[in-house]
Design a protein around this ligand. Sequence first.
Ligand SMILES: C[C@H](N)C(=O)N[C@@H](Cc1c[nH]cn1)C(=O)O
Ligand SMILES: [Zn+2]
Ligand SMILES: [Zn+2]
Length: 476
Amino acid sequence: MAPQLDSFFKQVDSNTDVFIERLRKAVAIPSISAEDARRPDVVRMGHFLADELKALGAEVELRPLGKQPHKEHLDLPPVVLGRYGNDKNKRTILVYGHYDVQPAEKSDGWATEPFELTVDDKGRMFGRGSTDDKGPVLGWLNAIEAHQKAGVDFPVNLLMCFEGMEEYGSEGLDDLIKEEAKKFFADADAVCISDNYWLGTEKPCLTYGLRGCNYYSIEVSGPGADLHSGVFGGQAHEPMTDLVAVMGSLVDSKGNILIPGISEQVAPVTADEEKLYESIAFTMENLHESLGSTTTIHEETKPTLMARWRYPSLSLHGIEGAFSAPGAKTVIPAKVVGKFSIRTVPDMDIETTNKVVYKYVEEQFAKLGSKNSMKVYAQHTGKWWVASPKHWNFSAAAKAVERVWGVEPDFTREGGSIPVTLTFEEATGKNVLLLPMGSSTDGAHSINEKLDKRNYIEGIKLLGAYLHYVAEEPQN
Ligand SMILES: C[C@H](N)C(=O)N[C@@H](Cc1c[nH]cn1)C(=O)O
Ligand SMILES: [Zn+2]
Ligand SMILES: [Zn+2]
């Protein structure tokens, strides 16, 4: 394998500019799944990927998913299904990624235009989606191209499933995965997802767990229209005052969730699990660097990692309808929608969690004695996932990490969520591996999201090397 991988690696290095150009084109498409007006851009991004794949010789289908639930005027973006290679003597690996991105505006505080890939002198490639998840998705395409240019036989058959709604709860994808498990995905021997991050900036990891995510809205309304606070203040119940009181009762500033019935569902920590945290390469400095501050709740790494992987958390995200522009508008908003989410862990149940959340929010609102109306509902939900890393899929990836990065990877869990991971595992019955490309300082979902050139280029080598080791790894 050594000379083959060396030729592949050489091609990756000499095609650096081509691969960065491909990322530049992808970042330039503002494929924001959460914004209705950007839906044509999300669709455009799906077509861009499909065209790039076709040009590389892959068989590609754009699968429509129908209308978006609760937004029937919007078509869901298509799922890009691809196949590269169909050799019965090779293993088949199914890879998943997403081509949609989080919202981004320069005015949010970006130093550069979010949809223009900007490479600085430290090799940091700034742009929305660079690390989450356009860089890793293009990593698979780049690995194919470097094999072709190196004249190295592609070691596996590759099935690809790239969606455009991951950042909005993967609407519509669960059903497609279940339907295709015994059709398009039938040959898959294992699944690999590159859509998370290292714990720090130097040590690669393989990931075997994710938290789930239940995302909620609380709508409070009363007045027929926005009001003048001088003319009407003190006379009408104000939706924003009610909402802030309810939202303020969900979590305290130490991160404790105040809703009864949440912590009761969390599985107890075992003695074996306790030991795992000791060997992970992670420092508080890593956290300070990726946080961009030292404002941590915990002072030590173990409770910090447990808070990220092992316990639920509740975050307040924003208020739709609230005055948020600079200046001093004296308005009483007539209707406001508060958004919060709970990251869930074993053994939390989606429905039980919804039930206790609705009950608690309704009780808190009732306590206010307000004449306004309140509605609470889940926008989307997705279950947590924890798998066994004792599988050839993981051992092949560990060898690839050692070959490319020269170190043994850490085995980690992830605080974020990729809702369809569990669906892939259950529907195909195959092992799922998370193989991250980006690092802890990439700022996914934040301003100034970036992917380091080094992580992109070595990451392409990693994805390709993983496929070579997969081809050779003995069955468990
Ligand atoms: C880890 C992955 N790259 C990611 O960012 N996932 C999102 C998925 C999500 C869940 N609800 C909305 N989006 C995340 O963890 O926030
Ligand atoms: Zn994301
Ligand atoms: Zn992602």
